[in-house]
Ligand binder design. Structure first.
Ligand code: HEC
Ligand code: HEC
Length: 331
């Protein structure tokens, strides 16, 4: 506390320094959401989340000081980036489309191939990846330790300086705080909003045995967190899940993406190859390519323009405007 006051006196601006005691951070989840598994060794606290928020927007995490997590995960795009393939340091392109981070705290494994088990570990990937931030976390920590606002928060949250431990923990805590649960669909489930006739038709189609959308995009999070080959290609350039499992039967399988906020996350698919929701529906209606690993459920179906519009109207009900304007996630 003495330290905090001392720093606050010579640098009065950051309010975070004046935070009296670190308090638990309460997640506000509606009843229709699952529980979030929060690791016992990284409890959510206000200062941990606050430190993570600052680091998320800090370009000092990249080697040239130009790229932050938020460069590729923009709040107004539900923390995706609008590019087909993400662009990192010095204009380098990676392999995949940047996914939304909304509700990422519920995911049992990270990345489209499930290559990483925890958010804490995931953070090491973009910092080190030569196409993303191309930096060394030890050097990042060294530089950030000269920032009194960050070091004070790290001390308060973890009783440690800025180091790989506090960087990864706090970023993970911040990411768990990115909950999106106030879409029109949520308000409808809570009896606080009505869906239009068109949106209701779209919901029926989504849940129908013929379209099968809800069998993979299941639960309140609109994903089963499983890996499926949907027949996007006959020959996939990206092996997907096979990259991790080394099992040929997993070639071309990708983690089912949540459809929450899908109106903000174009372009679609692991490589951003489809530009609009209409193109996505046309793809599923066509039944995809006959890849040997293609899921049985992707068989194609008949759909007219009225039904297509209705399905898109329903998907648009999964948009959470307040996520895009929530100051808790601002830089
Ligand atoms: C250059 C762009 C870029 C930067 C910078 C970047 N990411 Fe990502 N992020 C991506 C892409 C692309 C993926 C998808 C990779 C995959 O699934 O293989 C991704 C995936 C993720 C995932 C997994 C989401 C899921 O549902 O599986 C998380 C979490 C994440 N990023 C958080 C971060 C954090 C935290 C930072 C900063 C430390 C960061 N990202 C920096 C582009 C970026
Ligand atoms: C067999 C499981 C399965 C079924 C059935 C299914 N999907 Fe998907 N869906 C996926 C997977 C897996 C992906 C990601 C594929 C990729 O990245 O290559 C995906 C991607 C999408 C995307 C792109 C999301 C994004 O962020 O890139 C949308 C939109 C979508 N599906 C909507 C639907 C609709 C609408 C239906 C019903 C007509 C449907 N899906 C049926 C598994 C499924």
């Amino acid at each position: 506390m003495v330290l905090l006051l001392g720093l606050a006196a010579c640098k009065p601006e950051p309010e975070a320094l004046l935070m009296p005691e670190n308090r638990p951070f309460e997640l506000d989840l509606p009843a229709h959401f699952p529980e979030m598994d929060i690791p016992v060794d990284n409890p959510m606290t206000a200062d941990a989340v606050e430190l993570g928020r600052l680091l998320f927007h800090d370009t000092r995490l990249s080697r040239d000081g130009m790229v932050s997590c938020a460069t590729c995960h923009l709040q107004h795009l539900a923390f995706s980036d609008g590019e087909a393939i993400s662009i990192g340091i010095e204009g380098r392109t990676g392999l995949r489309n940047s996914p939304s981070l909304a509700n990422v705290g519920f995911a049992p494994r990270l990345f489209m191939d499930g290559g990483v088990p925890t958010l804490e570990m995931q953070i090491l990937a973009p910092i080190a990846d030569e196409n993303e931030m191309d930096h060394n976390i030890l050097l990042v920590a060294e530089e950030l330790n000269t920032d009194p606002q960050l070091t004070a928060l790290a001390q308060s949250a973890y009783q440690q300086e800025i180091n790989p431990y506090t960087i990864t923990r706090s970023l993970a805590a911040f990411e768990r705080s990115i909950v999106s649960a106030t879409s029109k669909y949520d308000l409808y489930l809570q009896g606080e909003a009505m869906l239009t006739e068109e949106e209701m038709l779209g919901m029926e189609l989504f849940n129908s045995d013929e379209l099968q959308c809800a069998s993979c995009h299941s639960s309140a999070l609109f994903t089963d967190y499983e890996y499926h080959n949907i027949g996007l290609y006959l020959e996939y350039a990206d092996p997907g899940r096979e990259r991790i499992s080394l099992d040929q039967n997993d070639w071309g399988k990708f983690k089912t993406p949540s459809l929450r906020n899908v109106a903000f996350t174009a372009p679609y698919m692991h490589n951003g190859s489809l530009n609009t929701l209409e193109e996505v529906i046309d793809f599923f209606a066509g039944g995809g390519e006959s890849h040997p690993n293609k899921d049985q459920r992707i068989q194609g179906f008949e759909i007219n323009q009225t039904e297509k519009d209705a399905l898109i109207a329903f998907l648009n009900c999964l948009s959470d405007e307040s996520l895009r304007h929530n100051p808790a996630f601002y830089p």
